[in-house]
Design a protein around this ligand. Structure first.
Ligand SMILES: Cc1ncc(COP(=O)(O)O)c(C=O)c1O
Length: 486
């Protein structure tokens, strides 16, 4: 009998002679024989692989998969990151041989299905966001931001203008100022008002003819809808600036409100968040970038064109025009993520997508109302798809937000995002998402309430957490010293 593997790697489970079940060779040549690696490139000496019986292999990987927290295990309300459940049908469609075995250099006539999928996805996203054209090449939200900013740069340069400033609210996601700096602009912060929103009078104070762009996340990172959005877009346009939407929070708006109708000129969507692909250490991302008509010539490469001829449709890749900012990723981007996003949108349809947003907002408001008497909520009595609580009261009792997060792991749920946005002291940024049932949201609320009680009676219990996780509390000061980052 094979030994139980408590080691770290599958090699620790080796038992000489152990093997899995193999079906007898049917003697029929494999249909894809022409895909076989030529003999010259195949090894002659057998690889030094572990010898492990099938049940032990399965147990090893299942055990490893439960040592970390993931969305298939339990609630994962990591604010800003939209860790919603990823339907398994997405995986089935992405794995279809016609998609997964497609080579990116396949001639257009041999991959009409894939091109059609990308064309239809771009069109659907344009309808969902109210933009005139959408491209799918960037591979993450942050890269989408960079693309949007380079489009703004190319637009101003095409008009002979060298504008330097990009305005960002002080609540913005960390990638925003980083992208602004990388694109060569100067970031200028605008202070949020007492409601956590952009105040038009504060904006007026930093707005001038040198402003290339304003980057707004709406709903913002406090989970609040920018109430003066129409006025803001009008003010920036009046100064000749571009209005950029960090659309990473579009989960709250699907089927309800559209960036294009609010006056945004360019936006990015995080397809891996809003349209459900494993991400955040679990897989690659994809961003879509949408623009209004006047910015189409500056979009990055690999757009798809549809021609109709006597009822026949043909799809082809078009090369970027002379004003394009160029390619930002090889070929069409992370195609597998695009297939998943397409599946998700087609499966839900317009009504389903609207329900996603409504349920996400409902779950967040319900959770906020359950904990609001115990944790401070500095901004807003109502939220969109996420909210930011503050552990200032708990800090006075000797426990900081980061420790509350660690204690949550003992309850089998993932911590929220902590210490962000920066304008909220001891921030706990919570996004339950629409995929959690009321029972799961209640369990999360109960865990937070119990931790608050523990902080009153036994703060050490929280300060030494986690107690049940595979790895106990890490000495962060020491880790920082060892890594030389402290
Ligand atoms: C508001 C916001 N903007 C930008 C990003 C960056 O997206 P990515 O992590 O895909 O680069 C995120 C990520 O969660 C976000 O929440």
């Amino acid at each position: 009998m094979a030994a139980a593997n408590k080691g770290t790697t599958i090699f620790d489970a080796t038992t000489p002679g152990a093997k899995g079940v193999m079906a007898p060779d049917p003697g029929v040549p494999e249909p894809q024989d022409n895909w076989r690696l030529p003999d010259a490139y195949r090894r002659s000496v057998p690889a030094d692989l572990p010898e492990v019986a099938e049940p032990e292999v399965v147990r090893h990987y299942v055990r490893l998969s439960t040592r970390n927290h993931h969305i298939d295990k339990d609630t994962y309300p990591l604010g800003s990151c939209t860790m919603k459940y990823n339907p398994k049908i997405n995986e089935r469609t992405a794995a279809m041989a016609g998609f997964s075995r497609l080579h990116p250099e396949t001639p257009d006539d041999h991959c009409q299905g894939a091109l059609r999928l990308m064309w239809e996805l771009g069109r659907d996203l344009a309808v969902i966001t109210g933009m005139d054209e959408v491209r799918l090449q960037p591979s993450a939200g942050a890269q989408g931001e960079m693309v949007g900013l380079l489009i703004a740069l190319a637009y101003h340069r095409s008009r002979g203008e060298d504008r330097r400033k990009v305005i960002i609210p002080d609540s913005s996601h960390g990638t925003n100022p980083a992208s602004v700096t990388l694109a060569g602009f100067d970031p200028v912060a605008v202070k949020s008002n007492e409601k956590g929103l952009v105040d038009p009078s504060e904006l007026a104070a930093v707005l001038d003819d040198n402003v290339a762009c304003i980057m707004l996340t709406n709903p913002n990172t406090l989970g609040l809808f920018e109430q003066d959005i129409l006025k803001i877009t009008e003010m920036v346009h009046a100064k000749g600036g571009i209005v950029y939407n960090d659309g990473a929070n579009t989960n709250a708006l699907l089927g309800i409100a559209r960036a294009g109708d609010m006056g945004f000129d360019v936006l990015h969507l995080n397809l891996h968040k809003t349209f459900s692909t494993p991400h955040g250490g679990g897989g690659p991302g994809a961003a879509a970038v949408g623009v209004t008509k006047e910015l189409i010539p500056f979009l990055p490469g690999s757009g798809i064109e549809r021609e109709e001829n006597n009822g026949d449709m043909r799809f082809s890749r078009k090369s970027p025009g002379s004003q394009s900012i160029g390619s930002v990723h090889p070929f069409a981007g992370n195609f597998g993520v695009l297939v998943r996003a397409y599946t998700y949108i087609r499966l839900l349809g317009a009504e389903g997508l609207r329900q996603v947003a409504e349920d996400a907002v409902l779950n967040a408001n319900y959770l906020m109302s359950r904990i609001k008497d115990v944790y401070d909520i500095p901004y807003g009595h109502r939220c969109m798809h996420e909210f930011v609580a503050s552990a200032v009261r708990q800090k006075k009792q000797g426990v900081r937000a980061g420790q509350i997060a660690k204690r949550l792991l003992d309850f089998g749920v993932h911590p929220p995002t902590v210490y962000f946005p920066l304008i909220v002291p001891e921030a706990l940024m919570i996004e339950p998402t629409e995929t959690e049932s009321m029972a799961r949201v209640d369990a999360y609320a109960e865990a937070l309430l119990q931790i608050a009680r523990e902080i009153e009676s036994d703060p050490d219990m929280v300060n030494t957490a986690p107690h049940n996780a595979p790895i106990r509390k890490v000495d962060e000061a020491r880790a920082a010293r060892d890594l030389d980052v402290g």
